[in-house]
Ligand binder design. Structure first.
Ligand code: ADP
Ligand code: NG1
Length: 458
């Protein structure tokens, strides 16, 4: 990480949140924290559900983050506390193997993912004991990556407590991998932007190798986040992994249909590479090879020449074993189409034509339609919210993150932001007392924020 981290005393003096967390830490543990670590959430501007297919995405970090105060010791115990009483205290020995209960999305399991990731990376047999106090401002289960912010914060602070140094890229890759211990087969976008973000710029995140390139957003428009107030916890449901699995199967079917050995392929981008085809050609191939009616297990096994057991062990995740039907045509169409929209978005930002804002808005709208109709990862409340955002003056609006609830991101001409906020408030939040109570933290303008960091004691 950064060779020259910001000094703690200066930060604490200037920051009420740090001051409060330091006090809470001292009251709880009877000592001062040695350092703080934080990792931001993110908003994805375009490129949904394609990171796990190998395609580039275009997020920016948000100001909301997970912050932790930490001290290290030789007790052989990791102790966790949280400023939110919903997340209970937790204590675990770190001299034996860290065990993560897959599919049990208790908050400390996300924390342990980060600890385990660092432990495995360095083969640490005797981890430092730690006292940690966590404070989060990313709305949970809302598509703004609160879980990854927590995993990244934990990975970062575990490395620091154990005096291990890693590049941001390495930290992002470790945290993307270890968050999968929770059971969600995520693609790596969230952890990458949490570490690689820089103030003032969105990033194009490319995978294999992981790379982040600045994307200059056009002047004249702002991005506004609005939460549908429908929570969707990925690890507690199978929606997300079902999509991952459908994309894996589509990969194998497309490869098989074109005479490419499907055995080593799991991502839709890999078939494209193997066929040396353009995204447009891949879209045509999907229409040619896959039918829109859902596939049964039997049909897939017959097509791929695999047994039902091989299908279950090689392609399905633990929480998708009971699936009987798979929509392959629609999912693959979304992925190749969305991958093309990301590249177009980036090139509009790079070339900056006069009508940039309009063009980017259209891409966002097409992205939402594809998520809703082909990928089926929206929900009625999100569709209603996106609709309200467009009627309130946004040039583009779409769900962001995994979906099935959570937030929309809208692109709004700067001069319309105030009237936009008022109109969305009146149409979506105020008519419903539950939403009205959440409005302050649910509707806000977001500018590209910086990445994860350690704040060291002077
Ligand atoms: P997201 O889209 O925000 O990543 P997930 O459903 O994947 O949503 O993860 C949300 C989970 O992350 C929460 O249920 C909780 O376990 C954990 N989490 C989020 N914010 C915090 C926090 N401030 N403190 C502790 N755990 C948190
Ligand atoms: P959320 O649920 O918004 O944090 C998830 C995945 C991403 C990506 C998006 C959809 C994890 C940790 N995150 O994000 O990798 O696939 O959905 O684009 O699984």
């Amino acid at each position: 990480m950064a060779a020259d981290p910001p000094k703690l005393r200066t930060w604490i003096a200037a920051n009420e949140r740090l001051k409060k967390l330091k006090n809470a830490f001292e009251t709880k543990y009877g000592e001062s924290p040695l350092f703080f670590a934080y990792a931001p959430g993110r908003v994805n501007l375009i490129g949904e559900h394609i990171d796990y297919c190998g395609y580039s995405v275009l997020p920016m970090a948000i100001e909301q983050n997970i912050l932790a105060a930490v001290s290290a010791n030789s007790s052989g115990v990791i102790q966790l506390a949280n400023t939110n009483p919903q997340y209970q205290d937790f204590k675990v020995s770190c001299t034996t193997e860290i065990v993560i209960d897959r599919g049990n999305p208790k908050w400390y399991n996300y924390f342990l993912c980060g600890v385990k990731g660092i432990q495995e990376q360095f083969g640490i047999t005797s981890l430092a004991g730690m006292c940690c106090f966590v404070d989060g401002t990313v709305p949970p289960s809302s598509g703004l990556s609160s879980s990854s912010a927590l995993v990244c914060c934990s990975g970062l602070l575990t490395a620091e407590a154990n005096k291990k140094s890693l590049s941001k890229v390495a930290l992002a890759e470790i945290c993307a991998k270890c968050e999968r211990y929770i059971g969600t087969e995520g693609g790596g976008m969230d952890q990458s932007i949490s570490f690689l973000a820089e103030q003032g710029t969105a990033k194009l995140i490319e995978f294999q190798p992981l790379r982040a390139t600045d994307v200059r957003l056009p002047d004249g428009a702002m991005f506004v986040i609005s939460n549908s107030c429908v929570e969707m916890n990925k690890a507690a449901s199978s929606h997300y992994n079902i999509r991952v699995v459908e994309c894996r199967i589509a990969t194998k079917m497309l490869a098989q249909a074109r005479g490419v050995d499907p055995s080593g392929l799991l991502k839709l981008s890999q078939v494209q590479t193997a066929l040396k085809a353009s995204l447009e050609e891949m879209l045509a191939l999907v229409d040619e090879v896959l039918h829109p009616e859902p596939y049964t297990r039997e049909e897939i096994c017959r097509f791929l020449g695999v047994t039902s057991e091989q299908f279950a062990t090689e392609l399905l995740s633990a929480n998708t074993q009971i699936l009987t039907q798979f929509k392959l045509h629609q999912r693959a169409k979304h992925v190749y189409g969305e991958a093309a929209r990301v590249m177009r978005f980036k090139s509009v930002c790079d070339s900056g034509p006069a009508e940039s804002v309009q063009l980017l808005g259209e891409l966002m709208n097409r992205s939402h339609a594809s998520c809703r109709d082909l990928y089926e990862c929206s929900c009625p409340e999100l569709d209603q919210l996106v609709d309200i955002c467009l009627k309130s003056g946004a040039v583009g609006s779409r769900l962001t993150g995994a979906g099935w609830g959570g937030c929309a991101v809208s692109m709004v001409p700067t001069e319309k932001v105030e009237s936009f906020l008022q109109s969305v408030r009146e149409a979506y939040y105020l008519p419903d007392p539950r939403r009205a109570a959440m409005e302050k933290q649910s509707l806000f303008v977001s500018k590209p924020g910086g990445g994860a960091a350690i704040l060291l004691a002077d």
